[in-house]
Ligand binder design. Structure first.
Ligand SMILES: NC(=O)c1ccc[n+]([C@@H]2O[C@H](COP(=O)([O-])OP(=O)(O)OC[C@H]3O[C@@H](n4cnc5c(N)ncnc54)[C@H](O)[C@@H]3O)[C@@H](O)[C@H]2O)c1
Length: 311
């Protein structure tokens, strides 16, 4: 069994990753400063003797290196980040600090303390508004936001450190993740979490555009499983992989599922498209299967059903 340090452990993806690591018998050291995460996300995990949570800013110089030195994990899963594309546009400096400089601090903490494996939460945002679908790992990288640029730079920082210092590095390019514990508070949160909250509150939803835009929506349970594999599966090579389903779902299809569960909700409103919004996004999932043995198994219908049932 492995000991895995997870940054951003109290967040949406982090908390599910911690849950699955514990369920598989591993030991977890969680780190979070609660910038966007919540301690409540780890309520169940923290009942385990194999889980500890440290309230700490990963960006604070020396702090993570000290914790890694004291706890000596086998692997680090680095999820802590400024997670809003919009916030990266309004505050590129903070994006640089939290999403690039912090990556270097994590890589150094690993090097200085002999950590053998690093897993990084990258994003489909590194591909920008790619139109040649499905998007493969070899597709052109053309970020269109400071957030996407920072994710691409972070991949390079980790892979460079890995090659130089003999650390196995896995960069996980998540597509559109959805599921329980996703924060719907910001207007730029995942669209499914926003729809979920609106329907729950008896309100209708507005779609910008004709609703035919599509995304590769992947359940957070699948993403967490991909993280566990990347951190603990023996004998895997360094590399990058899309973490996606390879299936596209339109926003109208998503709304259709909610509307069936909430028949009294107002009808969907279609508004003018927002400039810059990507129309279609779809990932090719084969590389994750080849390198990690990972294939997404939760359908959008099943995942939405779970979300709605979670009440
Ligand atoms: N949700 C998605 O669809 C998606 C898609 C692609 C990539 N990602 C990436 O996955 C990772 C996790 O995202 P999420 O959706 O779970 O968001 P989240 O906001 O729920 O999780 C991020 C966590 O990191 C913590 N954090 C932020 N800065 C920190 C710091 N300096 N020190 C310590 N903790 C800090 C936050 O408090 C939060 O708990 C992020 O790196 C994000 O960029 C998410």
């Amino acid at each position: 069994m492995a000991h895995v340090l997870v940054t951003g452990a109290a967040g949406f993806i982090g908390s599910h990753t911690v849950d699955q690591l514990l369920a598989a018998g591993h030991t977890v050291t969680g780190v979070d400063n609660f910038r966007t995460g919540r301690r409540a996300n780890l309520a169940a995990a923290l009942t385990s003797a194999r889980c500890s949570l440290h309230e700490q800013d990963v960006a604070a110089p020396g702090a993570l290196a000290a914790l890694v030195g004291a706890t000596k994990p086998d692997a680090i899963i680095h999820l802590a980040a400024l997670v809003s594309v919009q916030e990266s546009m309004t505050n590129p400096d903070l994006n640089y600090s939290l999403n690039i400089h912090t990556t270097h601090l994590v890589a150094e903490a690993a090097r200085l303390n002999g950590v053998r494996r690093l897993v990084f939460a990258s994003s489909a945002a590194i591909y920008g508004d790619a139109t040649d679908l499905p998007i493969r790992e070899s597709s052109e990288k053309k970020p269109i936001s400071p957030y996407g640029a920072a994710k691409l730079a972070s991949e390079a920082i980790f892979l460079g450190h890995g090659a130089a210092f003999g650390i196995t590095v896995r960069c996980q390019r998540y597509f559109n993740v959805f599921g329980p514990r996703q924060d719907p508070a910001s207007p730029y949160s995942g669209v499914i979490s926003i729809f979920d909250r609106r329907y729950r509150e008896g309100k209708g939803v507005t779609i910008f555009g004709d609703g035919q835009q599509t995304r590769d929506f992947i359940s957070v349970h699948d993403v967490a499983r991909a993280n566990v594999l990347a951190a603990t599966r023996p004998d895997i090579p360094s590399g990058v992989a899309n973490i996606c389903t390879g299936r596209s779902t339109s926003l109208l299809e998503v709304v259709g599922v909610f509307a069936r569960h909430y028949p009294a909700a107002p009808a969907v409103v279609l508004a003018a498209p927002r400039t810059g919004d990507i129309v279609h996004s779809l990932g090719a999932p084969e590389e994750a299967e080849r390198a990690l043995g990972f294939r997404a198994t939760v359908s959008v219908a099943t995942g939405l059903g779970e979300l709605i049932a979670a009440g």
